[in-house]
Write a protein that binds this ligand. Structure first.
Ligand code: CP3
Length: 342
C-alpha cells in the first residue's frame, strides 16, 4: 500500500474502467484481425499490446490488464462466445452437478496465457502499477445462469428461490477459482487487483449478505493472508445502502463508486482509511463540452479531502470521443498542479 499512499499524497491518479477497448481506433484495428474475443484475451502479445494502448495514447496512471471476467466460466469448462451487438453468449449452467469432475489445476492451466500477458506488460512498463482483476462471484454466476447479459435476471431469481443451497455451492466454486486466479495474477506481477461485482445491485439485504458480502470477504481474506501489501479494489456496483454492510464486513483498501452513492459514505471511508475511486458518468464523458468540464471539477472538489482515484462510474462506452478523454485528464492534471503548489 505504501507505493499507492505516496502516489495519493502527491496527486489524484486517473484511469478509466474499460480504458482499453472499442473507443480506440488502435484497438479496433487489432480486433478486426482477431474476430474471436476470447482468443484475443488469451493471446499474450496482443493482450499486452492492447493493455498498453491507453497508456501510450493518454498516459493514464494505471494499467488495467486486458482480459474479461467471463474467462472464469470458460476455465470451468463452459462454452463462452462473444457475438457482435449481442454481447457474451454462454452455455447455460443449471446446477452444481455439472462441475462434479472439476479440476482446479486444469482450470488454472486454461488461464495461464493471462499470466504471460501480465509478465509481458510488466516487462515493458515496470514503473506503472498494473491492475489485475476478476468478476465478483455473483456477477459471474449471473452470466452463467442466464447464458449472457440479462435485463430482468429471471433465471437467477428463480434459482435463488428454488435452490438456494445449490446456488451457494456454485458461488463457492467460482470464488475458489477466482482466489487462485488472482493469486496467480499477483505472483505474475499484478500490483493491485480489482473485483468487478457489477450486478450487486440486484439483491435485497439477505441475499446481498450471502451472495455479495460472504464471497467478496472470502476473496479479500485469502489474498491478504498471502499478499498483505497488495491493494484490492472492490466494485459492488449499485449497492445503495447495502454498501454500509459491505464496508463494515470487508476491510477494503479501495472502493469504486457509482454515479449515486450515499454521501455519509465519504466520512466513513475516511475513518476506515478507504481510498475512493470514481465517479464520472460515462454518458457525460460522451457529451463533452462545458457539462463535462463542470462535472470533472465538481468531482475533484467533492473528493478533495479524501484519498481519491479519478475514474468513471462504469465502463467507458464505444462512442466516446477521444478528445473528451484527453480533456478530462487535462482537468484532473491541472487540479493536481494546483494541489502541489498549495
Ligand atoms: O477495463 C479494461 O480496459 C480491461 C478489460 C475489461 C474488459 N471487460 C474488456 C472487454 C474488463 C475489466 C472487463 C470487465 C467486464 N466484462 C465486466 C465488469 C465490468 C462491467 O462493465 O460491469 C463485465 C460485466 C464483463 C462482461 C462483458 N464483456 C460484457 C457484458 C461484454 C459485452 C458488452 C460490451 O461492452 O461489449 C464484454 C465484452 C468486452 N470486454 C469488450 C471489451 C473490450 C468488448 C469486446 C469487443 O471488442 O467486441
Amino acid at each position: 500500500m505504501s507505493n499507492l499512499s505516496k502516489l495519493l499524497n502527491q496527486k489524484t491518479p486517473i484511469w478509466f474502467m474499460r480504458q482499453a477497448g472499442r473507443y480506440l481506433p488502435e484497438y479496433k484495428e487489432i480486433r478486426k484481425k482477431e474476430r474471436n474475443f476470447l482468443n484475443l484475451c488469451f493471446n499474450p502479445d496482443l493482450a499486452a499490446e492492447i493493455s498498453l494502448q491507453p497508456i501510450k495514447r493518454f498516459g493514464f496512471d494505471f494499467i488495467i490488464l486486458f482480459c474479461d471476467i467471463l474467462v472464469i466460466p470458460y476455465a470451468l469448462g463452459k462454452k463462452v462466445d462473444f457475438k457482435e451487438k449481442l454481447g457474451p453468449i454462454l452455455e447455460k449452467t443449471k446446477n452444481v452437478k455439472e462441475f462434479k469432475s472439476l479440476n482446479y489445476e486444469i482450470s488454472m492451466e486454461k488461464l495461464s496465457p493471462v499470466m504471460e500477458t501480465i509478465k509481458k506488460i510488466k516487462k515493458q512498463k515496470p514503473e506503472i502499477n498494473l491492475i489485475g482483476f476478476c468478476g465478483g462471484p455473483f456477477t459471474v454466476l449471473t452470466y452463467m445462469i442466464e447464458g449472457g447479459t440479462s435485463k430482468n435476471h429471471l433465471l437467477v431469481k428463480q434459482k435463488i428461490k428454488e435452490d438456494r443451497e445449490d446456488f451457494k455451492n456454485l458461488i463457492k466454486i467460482i470464488t475458489n477459482l477466482s482466489i487462485k486466479y488472482l493469486e496467480s495474477q499477483i505472483i505474475s506481477g499484478a500490483n493491485i487487483v480489482k473485483v468487478f461485482e457489477s450486478w450487486a445491485g440486484l439483491l435485497d439485504e439477505r441475499d446481498y449478505e450471502d451472495f455479495i458480502i460472504k464471497p467478496n470477504k472470502k476473496i479479500q481474506e485469502n489474498l491478504k493472508k498471502k499478499f498483505p501489501s497488495i491493494p484490492i479494489i472492490f466494485f459492488p456496483r449499485n449497492s445503495g445502502y447495502n454498501i454500509f454492510a459491505f464496508i463494515k464486513n470487508i476491510d477494503c483498501d479501495i472502493l469504486s463508486l457509482d454515479k449515486e452513492f450515499p454521501k455519509e459514505l465519504l466520512n466513513l471511508a475516511k475513518e476506515k482509511k478507504i481510498t475512493l475511486q470514481g465517479n464520472l458518468d460515462p454518458q457525460i464523458l460522451i457529451e463533452g463540452g462545458k457539462k463535462l468540464e463542470d462535472e470533472v471539477k465538481k468531482i475533484m472538489i467533492e473528493f478533495s479531502n479524501y484519498d481519491h482515484i479519478f475514474n468513471l462510474s462504469h465502463g467507458i462506452l464505444p462512442i466516446t470521443p477521444i478528445k473528451n478523454v484527453e480533456k478530462t485528464i487535462e482537468i484532473v492534471r491541472n487540479f493536481n498542479e494546483a494541489k502541489k503548489s498549495y
